[in-house]
Design a binder for this molecule. Structure first.
Ligand code: SF4
Ligand code: SF4
Length: 301
């Protein structure tokens, strides 16, 4: 939690949202999930500390003369680079308005209007270990999530640096520094579709991924959009809704092809209660563990 008692931002936030203070105070007073597991607590703190130090690298000026590189070549090179650094999925797209945040939500830029440096999105994902995520909401699962934040940030920072080295603008979305709404950008970039739980479902890895993105003005060949077959399973499955301890995921039928949006406030309140990310919706999804979806259900393992 970034809000520090006695600061102007703390006062302004709770003046605007008085109903949130009691739950936030309880979360601040809670011992957290790592009480009694000091080594793991320090590992997680170390990773978040590293991410904080990496954040200023997310943006920067292009270096050198703008290179003339074909959209196909640029895409091929970036995909190879991302996969070399551990990405298991990669896609590109011209991002629509729905992909971008309008206002900055964290850090020193809190409350400021977001600027968009380009419309080309490079979206990628690293795998989270299903065996660790299956332990959600235990600390093991939360530690794997944090590990994913760090690995996907490294991929994004390298890609952004490379694009800047080619003389184009590039900004990396990473933990605590987001330009884009990742699941929406990932859908644009052809990685998968958004199902009942509001997170990206992919054919190969289900939702058991950590997403990252780079926004740039460099023209890139596009990835065809996913046909959305992953989310078809959601019409006959509601395991995530049943598993959600916050009741944040609706278990009903879709209307006009869309499920009711996830109740983000209820979800976040549960995170605060647990003292960490929850992840039960990812752990409970059959697509997290099996490889493919058929028209009528899950095939595999
Ligand atoms: S993270 Fe947990 S609380 Fe939030 S939607 Fe998923 S299961 Fe529900
Ligand atoms: S658990 Fe079932 S309903 Fe929920 S996202 Fe996964 S496939 Fe869809």
């Amino acid at each position: 939690m970034e809000l520090r008692e006695g600061t102007p931002r703390y006062e302004a936030y709770y003046a605007a949202h008085p109903s949130r203070k009691a739950a936030d105070d309880a979360a601040r007073a809670a011992k957290g999930p790592y009480a009694g597991d000091e080594p793991r607590r320090r590992i997680v703190d170390a990773t978040f500390g590293l991410l904080e130090q990496m954040r200023p690298l997310a943006r920067g000026e292009p270096s050198g003369e703008r290179m003339d590189i074909s959209p196909d070549t640029a895409r091929t090179e970036l995909e190879a680079l991302a996969k070399g650094y551990g990405a298991v999925m990669f896609g590109t797209a011209v991002l629509g308005e729905a992909c971008f945040y309008g206002i900055r939500g964290r850090g020193e830029e809190y409350g400021r209007e977001a600027t968009v440096i380009g419309r080309t999105g490079v979206v990628f994902a690293v795998r989270m270990a299903p065996a660790e995520i299956a332990a959600a909401p235990e600390p093991r699962a939360a530690a794997e999530v944090v590990n994913g934040y760090a690995r996907v940030a490294l991929v994004g920072l390298v890609l952004a640096r490379c694009i800047r080295g080619w003389g184009w603008n590039a900004s990396c979305t990473m933990d605590g520094r987001a330009d884009v709404v990742l699941p929406v950008a990932a859908r644009y970039a052809g990685l998968g579709s958004i199902g009942r739980s509001g997170i990206l479902l992919t054919e190969e890895f289900g939702p058991c991924l950590r997403l990252g993105a780079v926004v740039t003005d460099l023209p890139l060949a596009r990835t065809p959009r996913s046909a959305g077959t992953e989310a078809r399973l959601c019409s006959t499955c509601s395991l995530c809704a049943k598993a959600c301890p916050a009741g944040a995921i609706d278990g009903g039928t879709a209307s006009s092809g869309r499920f009711k949006p996830v109740n983000d406030d209820a979800c976040f309140a549960k995170w605060k209660e647990f003292g960490t990310d929850c992840g039960l919706c990812i752990a409970s999804c059959p697509l997290s563990r099996v490889g493919r979806v058929s028209g009528s259900g899950v095939v595999g393992p």
